[in-house]
Design a protein around this ligand. Structure first.
Ligand code: BTN
Length: 326
């Protein structure tokens, strides 16, 4: 991103009107250059008002990410689990950043949050569209001694914690799509990507990446390629991301600290209450192989159960894709 573009977005992020002249002065460019950048942002789908006599205003941006504001929303009881918060204006991927740093001994409970991801990653090798338009891109590092097997079902539990956090904030119509998509009105609101490092049978670390759509420009429909929704379309006003993050971390960190003792079975009943697919006809793709059946919830490990004519098949995550048959 060019420094001018970044400075312009930064200047407009307060939601107030700024004249072209003032922006030009602030950015050290001409008014025409400001106008050119504004046109480009509008073409990308940013909701920028141009009002004669008042100037430019962006209605999409919410307050910048801020560690103090996140901490203010984090309950005192969860503070011992938080090792530190890194806030980056831009990064390739917050997951990649923590995976790189994990080998240098970063402690469990370190959180990395970014305003913009230039190479955000999703499950199954897909990209996670991550514009600088006021969304949440956050990763948390945790360490476990018992190897990868203790992590089974953890990604489902992260989805559950996120859904319960959002539901308590008054967001309606939420559901979980196995393994860990959070849906609202049957559209994708958030995705979770867990990545492991270290010794798969001993001391290992896991990076838990959460992408939560808060305000996405309409123009990204094609890039996202699946039905999506964001918090600004579900709430009367754009959410305060710092508050959402603080409250979410307050619930997530204690769960992570205890997960190797609890396992998925402690959360299974709660997860099933929000299962978007249970009882529905579904298709399961594993590479090019297709299996059809009826979704029957998840077992005590968080594996998906699908009933077919040949009996119940159990899927343990990984490269499996689940679709509800319309
Ligand atoms: C999915 O495909 O549903 C998972 C999306 C996970 C996106 C988040 S955004 C923060 C973290 N950094 C990444 O590159 N990916 C995860």
């Amino acid at each position: 991103m060019s420094p001018t573009r970044r400075a312009l977005i930064q200047a407009l992020s307060d939601g107030a009107f700024h004249s072209g002249e003032a922006l030009g002065r602030e950015l050290g460019v001409s008014r025409a250059a400001v106008w050119k950048q504004i046109r480009k942002l509008q073409q990308e789908g940013w909701a920028i008002d141009c009002v004669p006599g008042q100037g430019y205003r962006c209605r999409q941006l919410s307050a910048n990410l801020n560690a103090e504001a996140i901490l203010a929303a984090l309950p005192v009881s969860a503070q011992p689990w938080l090792a530190g918060i890194r806030i980056l204006p831009e990064v390739d991927s917050t997951n990649s950043e923590l995976l790189r740093q994990a080998t240098a001994g970063l402690p469990a409970g370190t959180v990395c949050v970014a305003e913009w991801q230039t190479a955000g990653r999703g499950r199954r090798g897909r990209a996670w569209v991550s514009p600088q338009s006021g969304n949440i891109y956050a990763s948390v590092l945790w360490r476990y001694a018992g190897g990868a097997s203790v992590l089974e079902g953890l990604s489902l539990v992260v989805g559950l914690v996120l859904l319960e956090t959002l539901a308590d904030m008054g967001i309606p119509d939420l559901a979980l799509k196995w393994p860990n998509d959070v849906l609202a009105r049957q559209r994708k609101l958030a995705g979770i990507l867990l990545e492991m490092g270290g010794d798969p049978s001993g001391d290992c670390q896991v990076v838990i990446g959460i992408g939560l759509n808060c305000q996405l420009p309409d123009a990204l429909d094609a890039a996202i390629g699946q039905p999506w929704i964001d918090l600004s379309r579900l709430l009367p006003a754009a959410p305060d991301r710092n508050h959402v993050l603080g409250v979410l971390l307050g619930r997530l960190l204690p769960v992570l600290s205890d997960y190797d003792r609890q396992g998925f079975s402690a959360y299974r009943d709660r997860w099933l209450q929000h299962d978007a697919c249970r009882g529905q006809p579904v298709q399961i793709w594993q590479g090019d192989a297709l299996l059809t059946g009826v979704a029957r919830g998840v077992d005590a490990q968080g594996a998906l159960c699908v009933e077919t004519a040949a009996g119940v098949h159990v899927f343990h995550g990984g490269e499996v894709s689940l679709r509800v048959v319309p």
